[in-house]
Design a protein around this ligand. Structure first.
Ligand SMILES: Cc1cc2nc3c(=O)[nH]c(=O)nc-3n(C[C@H](O)[C@H](O)[C@H](O)COP(=O)(O)O)c2cc1C
Length: 143
């Protein structure tokens, strides 16, 4: 098996309904190809980890790279793996553009992500890099 992680910048701010349809599309396709992983959208940035059969993951990544919804797609780690980090497809996001956005919710979201990153035991370098990137992203962004 194979895993990769990349980061990218959203072209437009993603609304929660846009994120929902992206998720729906991704879940259906990934399930049919036995691909799992995690996609985070935070303040206009995406970080995604994908894992599964090497050929399938690379094919998907090639497709994702061409997606007009984001730009500056940068691979920052890849590995051969024997065990998945995300046996189930998961995703967290925060709809920054919405009116109900408030400081409390945002802090809650950040805390949850940091808590999650402390709970998971990354079994490969790519997964480690994914969580590291996520933490940096959360820490850096001014609120
Ligand atoms: C940040 C981001 C992550 C994505 N992740 C996935 C994914 O995990 N699986 C997937 O099938 N499509 C994902 N997509 C959507 C693909 O880029 C593409 O739109 C979709 O696979 C349909 O491709 P097609 O129109 O060539 O069939 C993602 C798009 C973006 C912008």
């Amino acid at each position: 098996m194979y895993t990769l992680t990349y980061e990218s910048t959203a072209v437009n701010i993603m609304t929660s309904s846009e994120m929902e349809s992206l998720l729906e599309e991704a879940r259906t396709h990934n399930k049919s190809k036995d691909i799992t992983g995690c996609l985070i959208y935070y303040k206009g940035k995406f970080v995604q980890l994908l894992e599964g059969d090497k050929k399938e993951v690379q094919e998907l990544y090639d497709r994702i790279k061409k997606d007009p919804r984001h730009k500056e797609v940068t691979l920052f780690s890849e590995d051969k793996i024997i065990k998945r980090t995300f046996p189930n497809w998961g995703m967290a996001y925060y709809p920054m553009d919405e009116e109900h956005t408030n400081q409390y919710e945002l802090e809650q979201f950040k805390r949850n992500l940091i808590l999650l990153s402390d709970l998971v035991e990354p079994t490969n370098l790519t997964a480690k890099q994914f969580w590291k990137k996520l933490k940096t992203m959360i820490a850096e962004s001014p609120t």
